[in-house]
Ligand binder design. Structure first.
Ligand code: FRU
Length: 496
């Protein structure tokens, strides 16, 4: 039976969810039923469907008292909304039902593992939000918290860890060992952020195995939302280092989405780090989570927002927070490659193709416009001297635009939403150092009503960004500075 707090949330979302029209939401990006959304949670395949949950405050467009919202889909593009599944309604998670994952339990039930935050009070009266890992079993619609929660507590960690920064479990099954593992985000007093590994045979009794890697005081004080998977010959550990100093153009100051690339020794349970890279070079990308589809693809989805600007709700917003499109992951030269899931292609309409268009001054193409587009632009030098800059403007009208500019001499791609129509100061620009291909660059740009996601050079790098420009600004233009370029353009409208 749903608790009073969960019933209240469900009644509220049923009532207020109806008041948000289809036109007020993105076309193909996930938003909360009502109120606030942050991390994707419990992304999994269960009972013939994709299940996707999310950090959810139905009552306002601000982060508060985390619940779990719920969606299901056959193809990860068209989602159906289901009632919220978890509310902060027990002593061990009364401060919030934080992020976690989903897996099919041995008895066939859907199992969610999440972080419960307990509102503990220290002897001096200050708040101690202790974090533990908890379970909830369900049938794909109704979920019941496990009676012996929590199953993992901070006391099970070795000395030196912080009890209120221990969260976001991601569980998987290792066939070879016939055993479950959970990777969990943590914070050590001496080394800063870390990822720890726990092990269980039945998902109920857990024990600490090892610390896979840590910040070594160079990458933030806490690592949130870890994941672990192998692609090709490389093991990848996505992490969210918090409060970092900037490092070149790879990491900005503050909280970053990153990944460790290296080798995870499945017997010794150690991880040898070979590199650490940004997971997305845009402004709005955080808290990714991945799963394996029934046909064996590793797919990742993330919160398309940043903690830095999360309280900047657009005026009059009825919802706040979107997820990225789900992305198929692969490995190339030890790095992570991301491309939109192929299922998206089934929603393409109104195609238009242009080849070898010479671009010098501002150029528009007759059929290239809109605010729900799958747009691919291949830029090539126009022979002779190399152009200095090439710019695509999207969501453009006579007052507003968002630009994507490539500088081939510096191999730098710059996203800029300064003139996107914000009336408050916000982070507007971000740069990505991309592979130098002698003036060539391939950009796949997914535009939705409230976002622009860029996939560079077949997914070698991505830049995810939100924009809230008025919807009538639907122009697209191309322009070259200091020389000319030749472009091929492939455009589809996306309709879901
Ligand atoms: C990441 C995060 C997680 C936490 C959740 C709370 O955005 O801070 O670490 O579980 O959000 O909503």
């Amino acid at each position: 039976m749903a608790s009073e707090r969960l019933t209240k949330a469900r009644d509220y979302e049923a009532e207020y969810g109806k008041r948000i029209t289809k036109e007020e939401r993105p076309v193909y990006h996930v938003t909360p039923t009502t109120g606030w959304l942050n991390d994707p949670n419990g992304f999994s395949w269960y009972d013939g469907k994709y299940h996707l949950f999310y950090q959810y405050n139905p009552y306002s467009t601000r982060w508060d008292a985390m619940h779990w919202g719920h969606l299901v889909s056959k193809d990860m593009v068209k989602w159906e909304r289901l009632p919220a599944v978890l509310a902060p309604d027990t002593a061990y998670d009364g401060f919030g039902v934080f992020s976690g994952c989903g897996i099919t339990a041995p008895d066939g039930r859907h199992l969610l593992m999440y972080t419960g935050v307990e509102e503990g009070i220290r002897p001096d009266g200050s708040l101690e939000p202790r974090q533990t890992q908890c379970l909830a079993y369900g049938d794909g619609v109704e979920y019941v918290k496990y009676e012996n929660n929590p199953v993992i507590t901070p006391e099970m960690l070795p000395e030196g860890y912080v009890a209120w920064d221990f969260r976001d479990p991601k569980v998987w099954f290792e066939d070879k060992e016939d055993c479950y593992y959970a990777i969990i985000g943590a914070s050590t007093r001496e080394n800063g952020g870390a990822v720890v590994l726990f092990q269980s045979e039945d998902l109920l009794e857990w024990e600490y195995v090892s610390t896979l890697d840590s910040s070594r005081n160079a990458y933030g004080y806490m690592w949130e939302c870890p994941d672990l998977f192998r692609l090709g010959d490389t093991d990848f550990i996505p992490i969210l280092p918090m409060r970092m100093l900037p490092i070149g153009t790879e990491f900005h100051a503050g909280n970053n989405p990153a990944y460790l690339a290296g080798f995870y020794d499945r017997e010794a349970h150690t991880f040898e780090r070979k590199g650490i890279f940004s997971l997305d070079y845009g402004i709005d990308f955080y808290a990714p989570q991945s799963m394996v589809t029934p046909d064996g693809r590793r797919v990742m989805i993330a919160w398309m927002q940043t903690p830095e600007t999360m309280n900047r709700t657009p005026e009059g917003a009825k919802w706040f927070g979107q997820l990225t499109v789900p992305r198929e992951l692969s490995e190339r030269e030890g790095k992570l490659i991301q491309n939109p899931v192929r299922e998206l292609e089934a929603y393409r309409t109104a195609p238009a193709f242009y080849q070898d268009v010479l671009v010098k001054e501002k150029t528009r193409l007759p059929e290239v416009a809109g605010r729900s587009l799958d747009l691919t632009v291949r830029v090539k030098p126009a022979g002779g001297t190399l152009y200095q800059k090439f710019t695509v403007k999207v969501a453009e009208d006579d007052e507003f635009y968002t630009s994507i500019t490539y500088d081939p001499a510096e191999s730098m791609l710059c996203f800029d939403r300064t003139y996107a129509g914000f009336r408050y100061y916000i982070i507007s620009e971000r740069k990505a150092h991309v592979r130098n291909r002698d003036g060539e660059i391939l950009l796949r740009i997914l535009i939705d009503r409230f976002s622009v996601e860029i996939f560079v050079n077949e997914g070698e790098q991505t830049m995810s960004n939100t924009i809230y420009t008025r919807q009538s600004a639907d122009g697209i233009s191309f322009e070259t500075f200091g020389g000319a370029a030749v472009i091929d353009v492939e455009k589809y409208t996306l309709e879901v």
